[in-house]
Design a protein around this ligand. Structure first.
Ligand code: HEC
Length: 190
């Protein structure tokens, strides 16, 4: 070993010995440990009154409940774009079609295997139902249908509701609703 590397080794070890980890020894509490410091004996302090968890400032009531003054809202709380419809379709096919089927007639695979008949979206009642009603059903469940609030986030519930409107339109459309240039292709389908 050369002289210089021996010197380096020596200073290196001295520096290491000098290393102390005082920051490890801080006065602190383990999570949820008790304490005599606060009157209520809890080291975990309650949140300041009026604190709102990040992402949970839900000022727009209609957007998170589907209701206004106790009534189902009749309009979407944000503009629905093509991208929203496409996402609504994906979410619908994942969460709703197992029972309601991909076209929304209520005869999904789970129903065909014996689950209680799911609603068809193509009844007069549901065609006329305000969009807030669909949001409400997804949020709170309906009869035999469970709530989807834990699985489908609020804005996705609106997107699904928008896609249900698409199904209602397309399943009840007449041939005259199809643009003339596309009718030919459609009529060729046996
Ligand atoms: C596990 C099966 C199942 C799934 C999945 C399901 N539903 Fe349902 N749904 C039902 C059944 C069953 C009914 C009829 C409830 C009854 O009559 O008790 C129903 C009824 C409804 C109704 C009619 C409510 C009314 O006013 O009559 C709507 C709207 C609806 N579901 C929307 C949805 C949407 C949107 C999804 C996806 C997020 C979904 N459902 C997923 C089983 C399901």
């Amino acid at each position: 070993m050369s002289r210089s590397s021996r010197l380096l080794l020596l200073t290196g070890s001295l520096v290491m010995i000098g290393c102390r980890q005082d920051m490890h020894n801080q006065p602190r509490y383990k999570p949820l440990a008790g304490t005599g410091f606060f009157g209520d004996g809890r080291s975990a302090r309650p949140v300041v009154e009026g604190t709102v968890a990040r992402g949970h400032l839900r000022i727009d009531k209609a957007r998170y409940t589907g209701k206004e003054d106790g009534m189902d809202v009749t309009e979407f709380p944000f503009p629905i774009t093509r991208a929203d419809l496409l996402r609504g379709q994906v979410r619908f096919n994942i969460y709703c079609s197992p029972c309601h089927s991909r076209i929304g007639d209520g005869n999904g695979m789970v129903v065909r295997r014996g689950f209680r008949q799911a609603a068809s979206y193509h009844t007069d009642k549901l065609i006329k139902a305000p969009v807030g009603h669909f949001f409400d059903v997804m949020t709170n469940g309906f009869g035999a249908m469970p709530s989807y609030a834990s699985r489908v986030e609020p804005d996705d519930r609106w997107r699904i509701a928008a896609y249900i409107r698409v199904l209602q339109l397309s399943e009840n459309a007449k041939i005259e609703d199809v643009p003339a240039d596309q009718r030919v292709a459609l009529e060729k389908i046996p």
